[in-house]
Each structure stands twice: as C-alpha cells, then as structure tokens.
Design a binder for this molecule. Structure first.
Ligand code: ADP
Ligand code: MG
Length: 689
C-alpha cells in the first residue's frame, strides 16, 4: 500500500539505508520530519546581518587566494554595498579558486561570526551568479533532514518530494479520523497539507512553532498518533482476552510452604500484589500484569511465589532477566529456594556450552525442570516447553515489545497461552501507564521491607578522591564491602571495560591491604559469575565494576557504593546503582564523585539524589529533566517509536486520548484500522499477531 518501491527513483540500496533510519514505508518517509530549516528566501546586507546565525548574502568576491598557515586554506573577501566579510574554506580545489576571479558575483549562505575586528564565514555554501542572472529566491524554507551513511541530504530531500507527490495522487485516505469528534479543540486539518507545511514551510511560516510541533494542525497529528498507540495497546489486550490460559488454582501446597519458611514476613504491599496476581492466574484468560516496585521493594519473592502457583498445579514457569549477570543471580536464588522443595530449576543463556545447553533443553521440554530461569535466550528458536503456564519478565523496560511478545508465544499456543507478569523498578506516572500500557493491569509495591536503614548519600568532587579511598580502606578493613562503579556512559562496552580495568589497577596500588575484584562486560560469563560469588563470600572487599551491576545485584553485606563520573549518569540509573547497597543490617553510604564543572542539569540530578531516596519522587524529577520517552527506556529500545508525538511534551493530552478512544470505538470502529495503519507502520504486525 505504501511500499517504498512505488517511488520512481527508489533503489534497493536506498531502501536499505532508509531502514537504518527506521523508515520502511512511504508513510514512514512522509513522517521523516526536518530537524531544522535553512532560510534561503531572503537576502541580508552585510551591514544588517545578525551574527552567529545563518544568513544569505549577495556580493562580489575579491582577492581569492590560497594561504599556508597552520592549515592550508582558501580565503576571499565578499563585498556588497554595505560592507565586507571574509570567506574561509578548508576544503577546496584549484578549479574552485579559478572560478572566483575578482568581481565574480556570488550568493552565499552560512553562519557569520566575528573574529577580532573582522566578520567571517567559514565554509559558506555558495553559487556563482551569471552576469545577467535575475535572482529568483525560493518561497519555501529549505528543510534539513537527519541523514545516514550513504544517504545524503539532497537524496533524502528528493525522495521526500517523491513521497509527497505519491501521497497527493495515491488512493489513500488522509482524512483525520477524529474530524467529527465533538471534543476536538480545533477543526481537523488536511493531513497531507499539514505534511507539506512541515516539509516545505512557507517563507513567513513560524519556524520555531513548526519545529516545536506547536501549530494547530500538528497538535492534531500528535493527538492522532497518541490515540493510535493507545488503541493498539487496547487491541493487544482485547486479542489476549480472547485467548485461553490455564486457570491455576492456588492450592498453597508449595507457595504457602515457601512463604512460611522465609526468614521474614511479606510486607502488606507484597501480600496485596501477590493476591492480585493469584486472582489473575485463577482466570482462564492470560494474565497481563505489570508490577512496579522501587529498588529493593522485594519483587523477586513475589515473582518466585507466583512461579510456585504454576508448579503446584503441575505447570512450568519461566523467569527472564535482561542481563546474564542478573539472570545468573536469580538462577542461584531460585535454585537455593526451590531445590529443598523438590523442584528442579533449569538455566538458559546464549553463552551456554552446546552440551550443557542440550541438557537444559531436554529438561525444559520434558517438563523435568518446572522452573526455568534465563536471559532472552529463553524464547529463541528451539526452546520447547512441556507446559509453560506463566512467564515473568524482570526489569521489563529493558526489553523491547517484540521480545516480550515473543515469549508469550512459547505457550502451548494451540490450547493455551501463558500468564504474563512483567516487573519494573522504573516508576511510571499513572496517566502514562494507563494510556501507553493500556494492555497491562498495573500493581504497585509501594512499601519497602521494614528496618531498612536509609542510605547516606554524599556528593564529592573528584579532587577529593584520596579522602574517599582512605575512608573505604578503613571501613573495609573492618569487614565492610564496597562497589566502585566507574563507567564512561554511552561509550562502547570495551572502552568501559578498559576504564574499569585501569581503576582496578590503581585501587590495588592505593589499597594494598584489601582484596580488589573486577567485573565488566567483556569478561566471560563464568569469570563474572566466579567474581560475583567471591564477592558474596566476602573474599573480596571492593568490587570495581561497570554498570553491569546496575540492575538486580543483591549482596546484603555490601554497604558502600562509590560512583565515579556520577554527573554523566541519568537519575534513574544512579538510583538503581545506589539501590545495590542498603540491603542489610549495616548503615550504608553512597558517594557520588563528580568532575567539575557541572552542568545545571547534572547539578539538579545529584542534588535530587542526595536529598531523596524515594523512587517515585526521583522519577518525577527525572521526568521533568528528561521526558518520559527516556525515563521509560523506550527511546533506546524503540518500544514506542513516535513519529511526531513526544511524550515529554504531550503527557497532558493523555486523558483526552482515552476519551477519544472510547468515542472512536463506539461511533466509528471501522476507522480504527485506518488509524493504526497510518501511524504504526511495521509495528502493526505484532499488534495483530
Ligand atoms: P527488587 O524489588 O529490587 O527486585 P529484591 O527482590 O531483590 O528487590 O529484594 C531485595 C532484598 O529484600 C532481598 O534480599 C530480599 O530477600 C529482601 N526482602 C524481600 N522482601 C522482604 C520482606 N518482606 N522483608 C524483609 N526483606 C525482604
Ligand atoms: Mg529485582
């Protein structure tokens, strides 16, 4: 319907390149919106130009020459009636130089800057004007698109031009599906015209408003897009509700036995959430529930008890964690708890040796292993369950939607689907959860286990590093254990690992009496596991690590957390990291070491962390500082890839979105499909699957 191949100049290569920009259809291309605009619709005089902005000048060039300074470059002077400006080029060729004979007329576009007393333009785009040429200026702004290797600006621009022409002729409905919704604040725009307005804005259009998606027409599109996502999630839920699941009645045979022998009692919040899960699983339709609970609120025991509900009904349960390290820990914990109850736990990860893997697969397919713990390897081809009735995903925001839905298919799909439980420590604002996670029921563990001692958090500039080391040295000699997290955020895994190794060497020299360990992503999984085990057994005092320890790691005796370059981390990540301590009897501390100068934003983050330990409060601040897309991790995972909406700005629209969804479903259900097709692109496949 909107196949890229329908565009006259499309090639296989271009299609491949477009795919890296997430563009897979003509619709996607139409919504590849400019990141900024060049205004070539007017000419400025040199006397009137505004410094440090792009301007367009017309004048005569003189004195073009090559100069040999620190770098070889070509310079020239441009004159108009009002003044002169220097032009400077670092990349040029001889014919270019010859073309700029004295008196040649040019039209130049670029940013003018003041250098000493002179005004200059570095690398302006220019065109030579013929002697008698009548200057014709465009009447629309020139769009600038994000590009990718092999697909330059001009090419994208021309493909978009073709897409616009295709859309004008194509037999597709570009009518707003909410046209006649009584609560629409302003008339629905012509969508195609709106797209034209964004790709080819008129000379006197309000650039800033367009870039900010603030025009009335754009606001309508934003609304439609949010509505499409909301409806797609509702649809996932409706489809799921038509499926069958095994109704698991809580006999208590295993679950109660397990809870009774725990050294602690569940908190009220844990009990309540467990009850909600139990009620869901007793139904003959698949549970779809999201459990949110702050770091350390005790989600694991709740999940484990849910597994036992499946097992006491003679069905299997699977538990999936986002990293190998975390999955490994869960596996250890599950085995420790379940083996005494006579339950075998299988382990699956992609780094498993072939022979071992075959063994595990056999345990899983025969049903000998009633519980399976692992990474996303759990839902890959070739993993056959005997009778999977429950699948649990820990730290769900780290998986993409697609991965999560894949796991649901591992049920015995002809007769039933597994119940689904997802868990996250990322607090999600209620309106956001209800709208963008409309397919999930929502439980909150809003209470920490009693007796937790608050973690003391301090921020310390890097210059005082030696003081920190002294303090750790002293504490660890008295039996304390510490994490030392050093990481170059957003750098490659190997750079991170190298940074950690360097710190490890350094700390070994500075604290020779202590045993220092090292943990990073480049290590083999056995090595990682051994290191973790040594730390658990207190053979290591200080564990130097990258953010591989960010989620889930649970060592109760560790009471010191040092985070280097804390200013580079996001608030949620710092909160997660800090949550690795404060899990036992000891009074815990977290040291946030930072490099000056701090940006305003970084300062706010560190202050927030110092003064609050409440995940919800921190999430609220994070939301203010960063926006929901990033808070929920959806940006990275491409989970809710939005074309024009931006949840950080559009959160307030969500209540109206729910209302519009109700109206559409009641009055015009046939339009839902049009809407989903328009906005979801490829993602529609997994909504319908
Ligand atoms: P998270 O919610 O971050 O995954 P965990 O499940 O790892 O938290 O639990 C953190 C720690 O708290 C674990 O050591 C766990 O045994 C302990 N814990 C869980 N529930 C309780 C409780 N009700 N009382 C005391 N300790 C608990
Ligand atoms: Mg956890």
């Amino acid at each position: 319907m909107s196949d890229l191949k329908d565009l006259p100049s499309m090639t296989a290569k271009a299609q491949e390149n477009l795919a890296t920009l997430n563009i897979n259809s003509i619709y996607d291309l139409l919504f590849h919106l400019p990141i900024r605009y060049n205004d070539r619709t007017r000419i400025t005089t040199i006397a009137d130009l505004t410094l440090n902005t792009d301007v367009q000048l017309v004048g005569e060039v003189f004195n073009a020459k090559v100069v040999f300074g620190r770098r070889r470059m070509m310079t020239a002077t441009l004159h108009d009636q009002t003044g002169e400006i220097s032009l400077r080029f670092f990349h040029f060729n001889q014919s270019q130089l010859r073309g700029l004979a004295d008196g040649t007329r040019l039209i130049c576009f670029g940013e003018a800057r003041k250098v000493g007393q002179r005004i200059e333009m570095i690398h302006p785009q220019y065109r030579i004007l013929q002697h008698d040429e009548q200057l014709v200026l465009p009447d629309t702004l020139e769009p600038v698109y994000s590009t990718t290797k092999g697909l330059h600006q001009k090419r994208i621009n021309s493909l978009i031009e073709q897409a616009l022409q295709w859309a004008a002729q194509a037999d597709v409905v570009f009518q707003g599906v909410l046209e006649d919704w009584p609560e629409l604040p302003a008339p629905a725009p012509d969508i195609l015209q709106e797209l034209h307005g964004m790709h080819r804005p008129h000379a006197d259009a309000d650039k800033q408003a367009i870039l900010g998606r603030q025009t009335q027409g754009q606001q309508y599109l934003v609304f439609e897009e949010l509505l499409a996502h909301h409806l797609s999630m509702m649809k996932v839920r409706l489809l799921s509700n038509q499926r069958r699941a095994v109704a698991l009645r809580a006999t208590g045979r295993l679950s109660q036995t397990f809870l009774a022998q725990l050294p602690f009692k569940l908190t009220l919040a844990q009990t309540r959430v467990l009850q909600e899960i139990t009620d869901d699983m007793a139904q003959g339709i698949p549970m779809m529930r999201l459990v949110q609970g702050d770091v350390g609120s005790g989600k694991t025991v709740v999940a484990l008890t849910a597994c036992l509900l499946a097992v006491e009904n003679n069905y299997q349960a699977a538990f999936m964690a986002p990293t190998e390290l975390l999955a490994e820990q869960h596996f250890r914990f599950f085995t420790e708890q379940l083996l005494p109850l006579g339950i075998q736990v299988a382990w699956l990860s992609s780094s498993l040796a072939t022979k071992k893997k075959r063994e595990m697969l056999a345990l899983i397919s025969s049903g000998t292993a009633a519980v399976v713990v692992g990474t996303h390897a759990l839902f890959q081809e070739g993993v056959e369950f005997d009778n999977l009735a429950l699948s649990i995903t820990d730290e769900q925001h780290r998986f993409g939607v697609q991965q999560r839905l894949q796991l649901t298919r591992k049920g015995n799909a002809e007769s039933y689907y597994p119940h689904q439980l997802t868990m996250t420590a990322t607090p999600i604002p209620r309106t956001l959860a209800m709208s963008m996670y409309a397919h999930l029921d929502y439980s909150v563990i809003d209470e920490l286990p009693p007796g937790r001692k608050p973690i003391t958090t301090v921020t310390i500039p890097e210059q005082r590093r030696s003081e920190v080391i002294e303090r750790i040295n002293a504490s660890c000699q008295q039996g304390a254990q510490a994490y030392w997290v050093c990481s170059l955020i957003e750098e490659s895994e190997s750079l991170q690992s190298r940074a950690a190794s360097a710190t490890y060497e350094l700390l070994q020299q500075q604290m020779p009496e202590l045993n220092i360990g090292l943990l990073h992503g480049k290590m083999k999984s056995v090595e990682k596991e051994q290191m973790m085990q040594a730390f658990i057994e207190k053979k290591i005092h200080v564990l130097v690590a990258t953010t591989v320890i960010e989620v889930g790691v649970d060592v109760a005796n560790a009471s010191l957390m040092i985070i280097e370059n804390a200013e580079r981390f996001g608030l949620a990540q710092l909160h997660q990291l800090r949550g690795r301590v404060g899990r036992g009897e000891k009074q815990s501390s977290c040291v946030l070491m930072y490099k000056n100068p701090l940006t305003n934003n970084a300062k706010k983050r560190l202050d927030a962390l110092r003064t609050s330990s409440d995940g919800f409060e921190l999430a609220r601040i994070d939301l203010e500082l960063r926006g929901p897309g990033e808070v929920m991790g959806t940006k990275q995972s491409g989970d809710t890839h939005m074309r024009i909406a931006d949840l950080s700005q559009d959160l307030a629209l969500l209540p109206q979105v729910s209302k519009a969804a109700q109206w559409l479903l009641e009055k015009h259900p046939q339009r839902v499909e049009i809407l989903l097709r328009r906005w979801l692109g490829k993602a529609i496949d997994y909504v319908n699957a």
